[in-house]
Design a protein around this ligand. Structure first.
Ligand code: TYM
Length: 334
């Protein structure tokens, strides 16, 4: 079975971008592949989070993953810092990574803009740690959203350089999505991607209450509608259709597609108000059970501990095998 790996930073509640860009794939992949999924708590340290909040967030992410359908008996679901082998591989890979290209990474440049007073070395080498996460299990498929594409390309570069220098040890990993194209869910105001740090009104969380889901969706950006049938949809409208495809029935989506393209008196008859009402109700039906289950698991510390320990054992077993090969290749096996 091919090896699959992916990770999520514990920086707050998970949102629809995380779900539709990444987690939806995890749930499907667990039946087909040898899967490793983890909470990237080392990666979070780059922004100097509050210690207690970080701990809670790690538990929350584990709980939300299970609530979304991941089965800890089928996959390795673990916390990054429980697997010290990753840190050793990170050290070797750092010798394959060059300052110039790290400085050019899109996510790095964004962070420099957001936190100019805290441009630490961890931030610069973030993609190297991410490569270590992936390569430590010799994973080849990495289910992620579109924003991670460049990091995957960098991981392949480091693996290639390592293999070139030390022999073929690390297979090359590729970003993966069942639909083919990687997904990017937009923020509800139509500006940029949906993200955890962004204005909370524009992000739909898996933990949102019904009323809040309604309010946010009804406020999502729309316009007066297309001026003629078969117009190209603006990306914020396309985003609403994307969300609708994910949570509504095909018939419902078709109805609004038809409305978008049908003109009665020259004007297209779609009413975005109605579309958003429908989307909100379908979204509530989708989020409700996840929200409830995640809350239950999050408060069950015994269960969380069990999941986390079991995950760490599985992950360390795989990681130490790779590290043995890596050490031998680099000549670090005395
Ligand atoms: P993170 O924590 O920002 O996001 C977790 C996953 O959610 C996806 N995602 C989105 N997909 C579509 N539309 C969006 N608006 C959206 N927002 C987030 C992300 O692409 C990601 O798949 N660097 C990673 C964490 C990481 C990792 C790894 C991932 C660390 N090591 C190894 C894969 C493999 C990150 O910050 O994801």
């Amino acid at each position: 079975k091919e090896v699959v790996l992916s990770g999520i930073r514990p920086t707050g509640f998970l949102h629809l971008g995380n779900y539709f860009g990444a987690m939806r794939n995890y749930v499907r992949m667990q039946d087909e592949f040898n899967c490793y999924f983890f909470v990237a708590n080392w990666h979070s340290l780059t922004t100097h989070p509050d210690t207690k909040e970080l701990k809670n967030s790690v538990h929350r992410v584990i709980a939300e993953n299970v609530a979304c359908g991941l089965d800890p008996d089928k996959v390795a679901l673990y916390v990054q810092s429980d697997v010290p082998e990753i840190a050793e591989l990170y050290l070797y890979l750092n010798m394959m990574a060059y300052k110039g290209e790290l400085e050019k990474t899109v996510t790095f440049k964004e962070k420099v803009r957001l936190q100019p007073d805290n441009v630490n070395a961890g931030l610069l080498t973030y993609p190297v740690l991410q490569a270590a996460d992936i390569l430590i299990h010799r994973a080849v498929k990495v289910p992620v959203g579109k924003d991670q594409e460049q990091h995957l390309e960098m991981a392949r570069n480091y693996a290639e350089r390592f293999n070139h220098r030390y022999g073929d040890v690390l297979p090359l990993p590729y970003a993966f999505n069942y639909g083919g194209e990687l997904v990017k869910i937009l923020s509800l105001d139509g500006v940029g991607k949906m993200s955890k740090s962004e204005n909370q009104m524009n992000t739909l969380y898996l933990a949102d209450e019904d009323e809040s889901i309604r309010k946010k969706i009804m406020k999502a950006k729309t316009d007066q509608g297309p001026s003629e049938p078969h117009s190209v949809k603006p990306d914020y409208i396309e985003n609403l259709f994307t969300l609708m495809k994910l949570v509504s029935t095909p018939d419902t989506v078709q109805k609004f597609e038809d409305d978008f393209n049908n003109s009665s008196t020259g004007n297209c008859i779609i009413r975005y108000g109605d579309m958003k009402k429908q989307l909100a109700e379908d979204m509530i039906r989708f989020i409700q059970p996840i929200r409830a289950k995640a809350a239950d698991i999050q408060h069950n510390h015994e269960l969380l501990q069990k999941i986390i320990r079991q995950g760490a054992d599985k992950a360390r077993a795989s990681a130490s095998e790779t590290l043995k090969l890596v050490r031998a290749a680099v000549g670090m096996d005395y």
